[in-house]
Design a protein around this ligand. Sequence first.
Ligand code: HEM
Ligand SMILES: *[C@@H]1O[C@H](CO)[C@@H](O)[C@H](O)[C@H]1NC(C)=O
Ligand SMILES: *[C@@H]1O[C@H](CO)[C@@H](O)[C@H](O)[C@H]1NC(C)=O
Ligand SMILES: *[C@@H]1O[C@H](CO)[C@@H](O)[C@H](O)[C@H]1NC(C)=O
Ligand SMILES: *[C@@H]1O[C@H](CO)[C@@H](O)[C@H](O)[C@H]1NC(C)=O
Ligand SMILES: *[C@@H]1O[C@H](CO)[C@@H](O)[C@H](O)[C@H]1NC(C)=O
Length: 322
Amino acid sequence: MASFSFRMNSHTIIFLIIALPRSMAILDAHYYDQTCPQAENIILETLRNASLYDPKVPARILRMFFHDCFIRGCDASVLLDSTPRNKAEKDGPPNISLRSFYVIDDAKAKLEMACPRTVSCADIIAIAARDVVTMPGGLYWNVLKGRKDGRVSKANETINLPAPSFNVTQLIQSFAKRGLGVKDLVALSGGHAIGFSHCSSFEARLHNFSSAHDIDPTMDSEFALNLRKKCPKPNKDRNAGEFLDSTSSSFDNNYYKRVMAGKGVLGSDQALYGDYRTRWIVEAFAKDGGLFFREFAASMVKLGNVGVIEDGEVRVKCRVVN
Ligand code: HEM
Ligand SMILES: *[C@@H]1O[C@H](CO)[C@@H](O)[C@H](O)[C@H]1NC(C)=O
Ligand SMILES: *[C@@H]1O[C@H](CO)[C@@H](O)[C@H](O)[C@H]1NC(C)=O
Ligand SMILES: *[C@@H]1O[C@H](CO)[C@@H](O)[C@H](O)[C@H]1NC(C)=O
Ligand SMILES: *[C@@H]1O[C@H](CO)[C@@H](O)[C@H](O)[C@H]1NC(C)=O
Ligand SMILES: *[C@@H]1O[C@H](CO)[C@@H](O)[C@H](O)[C@H]1NC(C)=O
């Protein structure tokens, strides 16, 4: 915020402050400039190295950020381990691709050596989520920082994540609850430009879909038959599934082209092309990769502002409260 203020007059600044919900802390691109200038380098190097050893890391980190911010705001609640008295978010139902927590732990350990008790776990996730998009696609934005870590994580709250079976009305509502608009929904769904989905997340589209259609009729039929081969019923392989985008190792706008061709893997991906409120945005992003990049970056900054707390702490270990 400080970096933009020189271009604004005092009225603009007052307006912005009033427009922010009261509970929202104000984040800053330069938050660690004095206290931990090497923070972003340490995180990037950790992510680079981890992704070299395990190419699944980038997608998992990006999904982790989404999950964190949608439940209790961006407060690293997703990182807390369960305790004997509390089942944490990461052990709640849609956790099948919530993995690679060790990467955040690695980065945190290095940060604690370089600048103890300074960089919050919530900021590490936000920075890492930018890095994993920059690495395979080149898209870069300044991450705002200064989040505090929360002290609560509850498995039952993951029920508030949007489901892949949601229609556009439900998706819009889910995003609106976090102050995110229709454009944010379509842009952030572009996170599915990388990564993988297990059969369990989309097999309802492939078998006994409805009384009239065995297969979801919005799905390209050749694509559907292919997915059926990968996800037979019954399915013995719990690890089976499909990449969310055919170019899933690079972060680009190909995801939107696939959705336009009836090749969205999740019902929630395909739904974006079936509703007038989102269809035109899908088309615009499919046509113009630069536009998608700009809007994705802007929406990621917005996502990173969701439910930011002021009365939290900077955890020493991301898995446990201090
Ligand atoms: C619009 C609502 C969304 C729904 C319903 C949704 C749902 C899902 C589902 C069901 C999976 C597959 C899980 C599995 O079977 O392993 C998945 C994967 C993924 N999602 Fe989303 N998601 C949504 C939004 C987002 C957003 C906003 C982002 C980030 C910007 C994101 C990033 C990812 C990534 C990167 C993966 C791949 C994870 C991996 O490869 O391990 N998703 N999502
Ligand atoms: C690189 O990643 C591997 C695998 O996670 C890990 O064993 C190793 O310690 C890492 N090296 C550095 C310098 O972080
Ligand atoms: C995921 O959630 C299920 C129950 O919903 C739980 O049994 C499991 O331990 C959780 N963790 C992982 C890593 O799958
Ligand atoms: C989760 O469980 C707690 C009690 O442990 C309850 O207070 C809360 O309302 C529940 N939240 C949801 C979303 O079900
Ligand atoms: C979306 O799903 C909800 C809940 O299943 C349903 O009530 C609603 O009619 C659906 N809306 C559209 C436009 O399909
Ligand atoms: C398909 O779904 C209907 C109800 O929606 C159910 O009665 C039927 O048994 C299902 N068929 C199979 C093969 O699962």
